[in-house]
Ligand binder design. Structure first.
Ligand code: NAP
Ligand code: MG
Length: 473
C-alpha cells in the first residue's frame, strides 16, 4: 500500500491476542507522518470484545508463566533482544515515519536505548531476589498478575519496552495499548515476541483510543496493575478510575526538569553545562519527559550563558538534527508558550526563528532568557524545543527555584563534584545527573511529586510489578 506521494503505508488490520493474529473489531485509524503530514500507516483498533479477550488471555496465561524458571524467561527475552537488534533498521524506519524523528535519532535514541534496557533487564532478572530470608520469614516477591500497559507517542518503542519487558521478566502477563498517534512500532514488537516463542496470552496488543480501550483496561477487574506513561492530567484520571478496583498504578508523568549551574562551576563546566542542557532539552524535538527545560545559572554569568545557548541552539537544524512535533495540536500548544509575557515581564528570546519545511509540524528551536520562576513558561511542561534560562543569586536560591515545581522527574547539577553531589541530594526529583553523568539503563526511573509514582527499568522495574509475601516458618 502507498499514499498520494507514493510513500509506503503500513497496514495493520490484525491484533495480537492469545498468541494469534486476529482481525480487529474496531474502526480503522490513520497514522500521520508528522514531518510530512502524509498518511504512513492504517491500523484497525480493538473493539470492546477484543479488549475482553485480551485480558482473558492474559489471565489464563498467568499461572503457568508466573512459575516458569527464571532462566527460561531470560532465554526468551534474550531472543527478543536478538530480534530487536536484527530488525533495528525496520524499527527505526517505522519510528522515523510515525513519530518524525530524523533517521539517526530514530536509530540511536528510539531503538538502541530500548535494546540497552532489555540487556539491563535480563541482567537484573538473573540476580533478582525473588526469595529472601528475614528472621523466621521467607520474603517472596511474586508477579502481580495481569499488567495493562498504556504508553505515549513520544518514544513509541522505548516507552513500551520499559514497561513490558520488566513485567514479562517478573512473570506477569501483559495487555498493551500503545498511543494512537504512534502504534506501528508496537506491532513490530508483537511480532518479535511471537518469533521469540513467548507462550500464548503472555503478551497481547490492543490498539485503540485512550478514552475507550485505555479506560476499559483501567476499569477491568481482571487487570491487577495499570502501568501508564503520559500526561499528568490523564495520570490523575487513571489513578481515580483505578481506585474503584484498588488496582496498583505506576504513573510516569510530566516534568519540568532543571539544570543547575553552581556559583563555583569552572568556565569549562559552564560551557559544557550549556551545551549538554540545550542538547537534552531539544532531544526528540523537545518531546521527552525528562527534558532539562529550565537552565538555572548564577546571575552574573547570564549574559555569557545566553550567548552560548543561542550558539548551541543554532546547531539544531529542523529536518536534520531536530525533528518535528508530533501533531498540529501539539504545535499549537507549544506556540502558546512563545507569546510575549509567557516567561514574565523581563523575558527575552535570545534565538531567532529559522527557516522551517513547508509541511509538517515544525517549530524553531527557541531559547528564552531571564524567565520569571513563577511564570507559565517556567511552571508548565512545554514538550517542544523551548529552553528557559533563569537567574539565581546564590546556590541556595538556585535549589529553591529548581524545586519550585509541581513536577519532580529529572535534573542536573554542574560545579565542584562534592558540592554538586550535596545539591543533587537537595533536589526533589527521581533522577539527577551530576556534571554530565550518563543515562544508566539499569537505574530506577520515575518521578517525585506530580511526576508520578513507581519506578521503571532494571531491578526496580521488576520489583514494581511484584507483590510481596511473607511466609513464616
Ligand atoms: P496522554 O494524552 O496522557 O496519553 C498517553 C496514553 O494514555 C495514550 O496511549 C492515550 O491514548 C492514553 N489515554 C488517554 N486518555 C486516557 C484515559 N482516559 N484512560 C486511559 N488511557 C488514556 O499523553 P501523550 O499526549 O500521549 O504524551 C505526552 C505527555 O506524556 C507529556 O505530558 C509527557 O510529559 C508525558 N510523558 C511522560 C513520560 C515519563 O516517563 N514520565 C514519558 C513520556 C511522556 P490515545 O492518545 O491513543 O488516545
Ligand atoms: Mg494526548
Amino acid at each position: 500500500m502507498t499514499n498520494a506521494t507514493n510513500q509506503p503505508v503500513q497496514r495493520e488490520s490484525e491484533l495480537y491476542i492469545d498468541g494469534r493474529w486476529v482481525p480487529g473489531g474496531g474502526a480503522d485509524l490513520e497514522v500521520e507522518n508528522p514531518a510530512t503530514e502524509e498518511v504512513t500507516g492504517v491500523i484497525t483498533q480493538a473493539s470492546t470484545e477484543d479488549v475482553a479477550n485480551a485480558v482473558a488471555a492474559a489471565r489464563k496465561a498467568f499461572p503457568a508463566w508466573s512459575v516458569t524458571p527464571v532462566r527460561e524467561r531470560a532465554a526468551i527475552l534474550r531472543r527478543v533482544r536478538e530480534i530487536l537488534a536484527d530488525r533495528a533498521e525496520v524499527f527505526a524506519d517505522l519510528i522515523n515515519r510515525e513519530q518524525g524523528s530524523p533517521p539517526r535519532v530514530a536509530r540511536g535514541l528510539h531503538v538502541d536505548t530500548p535494546i540497552a534496557v532489555v540487556d539491563a533487564t535480563i541482567e537484573a532478572l538473573e540476580r533478582f531476589p525473588f526469595v529472601t530470608e528475614l528472621g523466621n520469614s521467607l520474603i517472596r516477591r511474586e508477579p502481580v498478575g495481569v499488567v495493562a500497559a498504556i504508553t505515549p507517542w513520544n518514544l513509541p518503542l522505548h516507552q513500551v519496552v520499559v514497561k513490558v519487558v520488566p513485567a514479562l521478566a517478573a512473570g506477569a502477563t501483559v495487555v498493551l495499548k500503545p498511543a494512537g498517534l504512534t502504534p506501528l512500532a508496537a506491532f513490530e514488537l508483537a511480532r518479535a515476541f511471537d518469533s521469540a516463542g513467548l507462550p500464548a496470552g503472555v503478551f497481547n496488543l490492543v490498539p485503540g483510543s485512550g478514552r475507550v480501550v485505555g479506560d476499559l483496561l483501567t476499569r477491568h477487574r481482571d487487570v491487577d496493575q495499570v502501568s501508564f506513561t503520559g500526561s499528568t492530567p490523564v495520570g490523575r484520571t487513571i489513578a481515580g478510575v483505578a481506585a474503584q478496583t484498588l488496582k496498583r498504578v505506576t504513573l510516569e508523568l510530566g516534568g519540568k526538569s532543571a539544570s543547575v549551574v553552581l556559583t563555583d562551576a569552572t568556565e569549562e563546566q559552564l560551557v559544557r553545562a550549556v551545551k549538554v542542557t540545550v542538547g537534552n532539552c531539544f532531544l526528540n524535538g523537545g518531546q521527552t519527559c525528562t527534558a532539562l527545560s529550565r537552565l538555572i545559572v548564577p546571575e552574573d554569568r547570564i549574559a555569557q550563558v545566553e550567548e552560548l545557548a543561542a550558539a548551541a541552539a543554532a546547531k539544531y537544524v529542523p529536518g536534520s538534527r531536530l525533528g518535528p512535533l508530533i501533531s498540529a495540536e501539539q504545535r499549537k500548544e507549544v506556540a502558546s508558550f512563545l507569546v510575549p509575557g509567557a516567561g514574565g515581564p523581563a523575558a527575552v528570546t535570545v534565538t531567532s526563528p529559522v527557516e522551517l519545511p513547508g509541511r509538517g509540524h515544525w517549530v524553531s528551536p527557541t531559547v528564552i532568557s531571564r524567565v520569571d520562576p513563577d511564570s507559565r513558561l517556567a511552571q508548565e511542561e512545554v514538550f517542544g524545543p523551548v529552553l528557559s534560562i533563569l537567574a539565581a543569586g546564590s546556590d541556595d536560591e538556585a535549589v529553591m527555584i529548581a524545586n519550585n515545581s509541581i513536577y519532580g522527574l529529572g535534573g542536573a547539577v554542574w560545579g565542584d563534584d562534592e558540592t554538586a553531589l550535596t545539591v543533587a541530594a537537595r533536589l526533589r526529583t527521581g533522577q539527577v545527573d551530576v556534571n554530565g553523568g550518563a543515562f544508566n539503563p539499569a537505574a530506577p526511573f520515575g518521578g517525585y511529586k506530580q511526576s508520578g509514582t513507581g519506578r521503571e527499568i532494571g531491578e526496580h522495574g521488576i520489583a514494581d510489578v511484584c507483590e510481596i509475601k511473607a511466609v513464616q516458618r
